[in-house]
Design a protein around this ligand. Structure first.
Ligand code: FES
Length: 643
């Protein structure tokens, strides 16, 4: 939050902090100021005109503004970037109903998201290191073998007593030493509690090399390259997991793996994506492929099985036993990853079939296992995972939220890509929506973050009932009927990317309700099992791609997260990738990840009667028992006053 600027909107004098370079429209969304953004911020409708009174801003020229308007200082809010503190006046056209904005909760104007959670720190001490060696040339008086010479100098120059030799390290050893004129680099794996092992010798002095860390997600694969000498991140990259074409979620992929050749197809598919990510990382970092000396991956249990080529079929059948929870070191090249033959690959250990190495990694990165405060770690996704505990105990659970948070299973849902609506507000007086899309491109649909905000806003504006049914269509011209069912028109056809209106149906609402009910019920049930309640939580750490884009108030208002003090919430980002990186850079972190996976008690929610009860009660906005959401109960009196 270091490089933020304050944007203040007149005439209501509402202000908010945004990152330098953010658009005026995104600042308005954050501040709860309503601007008519009919095209979702794609710069085509010309309805979001505002006037910059103070501050440095930049705007591209646009045909949506006349020369006269530009001369009068008008800009498009969706195209205008803010580079310093700024004062913005709403034009009459952009402004929808300023008087109603006084009911915007202060928390929203102050900033809707959770604070950032700093990852745990570890000493840079990688489990695989590359060691430069200046070797004395053999003489008649010193004519020990090449291998012994290397081992002797590793001990003498680096203090590491290597007693295990990978047979592969002998291939080309003599040539490498002589070609490098007796300067060489030894690659040694020395994990805590294990005998150091020589993996390879490279000719010449090459420096410490790099570590590859990967988060193998069901939908997306994220990679990161870090310099092993300094711990500096050299590059990050991501791509959609191409396994998606073989099955949208984990279950369908396991089913596919059971077909003849299916496991191999899935394995090759994920490796293809990894190789693409790796190539981009190498290019962006400006390193050679042989500078990567180790690979560390974190993924859910099924993804790890599929990457390693392990049969995952028992994961989806009671009693849900994986082939393995902890994985021996493998060779990246053996799996098809385009790295030198000796590069080891470590997959972080899983807790259970449904709480994988990605959660182990997240707990590691968050430092939950080292903190005495009672903490809830939540990873939102198709499969929502929860860990509750502190430095003395930890319990986990997994609940099948369905794909709604990733834009799946919802008619208007899309992945979080350019054109996806990710911010949404409804003017309390006119019930007119304000939509903002990712990249401010023409609207293509609504992503998970947008869906959460949409339900919250519709509920708050009185257009959506607690049971997920829309109010009477007379409440808003955006509520329309088709085939006897009411739907809400999010974007009119003329303003969408493909000329078709984007609508939210009651069955879409139902799917989001199911997803949020599963997450909330999972949290409450795990806490009940350890005889605690949400009020006992001292910290809530949100992980996952949605995390820092989620509007915390919206999440609580729809009953996704418990209604506790907002300052207890923080966001860690991609905990899985952060944890994989920690394990790649620190022997202590790698060892700790093993301890975390082994010490978490997993609670099965399938067939758990309390979970089913809690789930059923949570299928309402925000819950059947409103006393569990006291701030929503009082907030609703304000924002729902016009009903
Ligand atoms: Fe800015 Fe349409 S031109 S929202």
């Amino acid at each position: 939050m270091a490089d933020n600027v304050r944007v203040t909107f007149l005439p209501d004098n509402v202000s908010t902090l945004v990152e330098r370079g953010a658009s005026v429209l995104s600042a308005a969304v954050r501040a709860g100021v309503h601007i008519d953004a009919a095209c979702g911020g794609s710069g085509t409708c010309g309805r979001c005109k505002v006037r910059v009174l103070q501050g440095q801003t930049s705007s591209p020229s646009t045909s949506a503004l006349s020369a006269d308007e530009a001369a009068r200082g008008l800009v498009l809010a969706c195209r205008c970037e803010v580079h310093s503190d700024a004062l913005i006046a709403l034009s009459e056209q952009a402004r929808v109903e300023p008087s109603a904005l006084s009911s915007v909760p202060a928390a929203t104007a102050a900033g809707p998201g959770a604070a950032e959670h700093a990852p745990a720190e570890f000493v840079l001490d990688p489990p695989v290191s590359r060691l430069d060696l200046e070797l004395p040339e053999p003489t008649l008086a010193d004519n020990v073998g090449d291998l012994e010479r290397v081992l002797r100098e590793v001990k003498r120059q680096h203090g590491i007593n290597v007693t295990q030799i990978d047979p592969m390290a002998l291939h080309g050893l003599g040539t490498a030493l002589r070609e490098g004129d007796w300067r060489a680099t030894a690659i040694v794996r020395s994990e805590s509690g294990q005998t150091p092992r020589l993996l390879a010798i490279q000719s010449g002095l090459r420096g410490a090399g790099c570590a590859l860390s990967l988060d193998i997600g069901t939908t997306t694969i994220w990679g990161r390259l870090d310099d092993l000498a300094s711990g500096t991140t050299l590059a990050t990259a991501s791509d959609y997991n191409s396994q998606v074409s073989l099955g949208e979620d984990v279950i369908t992929r396991i089913v596919h793996a059971e077909q003849p050749g299916g496991l191999q197809r899935l394995q090759q598919s994920v490796v293809r994506t990894i190789n693409g990510v790796l190539s981009r990382l190498i290019q962006d970092a400006g390193i050679a492929r042989h500078d990567v000396v180790q690979a560390t991956v974190a993924g859910n249990t099924t993804m790890t099985h599929l990457l390693c080529g392990f049969d995952p079929r028992s994961i989806r059948r009671a009693p849900y036993v994986p082939l393995a929870s902890s994985f021996p070191p493998l060779r990246a090249a053996q799996l098809g990853i385009e790295l030198p033959e000796q590069v080891p690959l470590r997959a972080l250990s899983a807790v259970s079939s449904w709480v994988g190495g990605d959660i182990t990694a997240g707990v590691l990165a968050s430092g939950l296992d080292r903190d005495p405060r009672l903490t809830l770690y939540v990873d939102l996704g198709t499969n929502g995972e929860i860990v509750v505990g502190n430095n003395e105990w930890m319990a986990s659970a997994s609940c099948s939220a369905g794909p709604a948070f990733e834009g799946g299973g919802v008619g208007c849902g899309v992945r979080a890509a350019a054109g996806a609506i990710n911010a949404f507000r409804i003017d309390r007086a006119t019930c007119e929506p304000m939509v903002v899309t990712i990249g401010q491109a023409p609207a293509i649909g609504v992503c998970g973050v947008g869906l959460v905000q949409m339900l919250s806003e519709l509920y708050c504006a009185g257009l959506l009932e607690p049971n997920g049914r829309f109010a009477d269509p007379s409440r808003s011209p955006r509520l329309r009927e088709r085939d006897g069912r009411t739907h809400y028109v999010v974007v009119e056809a003329a303003n969408s990317a493909d000329g078709v209106e984007i609508v939210l149906s009651e069955s879409d609402v139902e799917n989001v309700l199911r997803a949020k009910a599963a997450m909330y019920a999972g949290i409450v049930t795990v806490l009940e099992q350890v005889e605690l309640s949400v009020d006992d939580l001292q910290r809530v750490i949100i992980a996952g791609a949605l995390g820092n884009f989620l509007d915390l108030q919206s999440c609580v208002r729809i009953g996704l997260f418990p209604d506790i003090a907002r300052e207890r919430f923080s966001y860690i980002g991609n905990g899985s990738l952060l944890g994989a990186r920690a394990a790649a850079l620190s022997r202590e972190a790698l060892e700790r990840s093993e301890r975390i996976a082994g010490s978490i008690t997993n609670i099965e929610l399938v067939d758990n009667a309390r979970f089913i009860d809690n789930y059923t009660s949570a299928l309402f906005l925000p819950h059947t028992d409103l006393s569990r959401f006291p701030s929503v109960a009082s907030d609703r009196r304000g924002c729902g006053e016009k009903r």
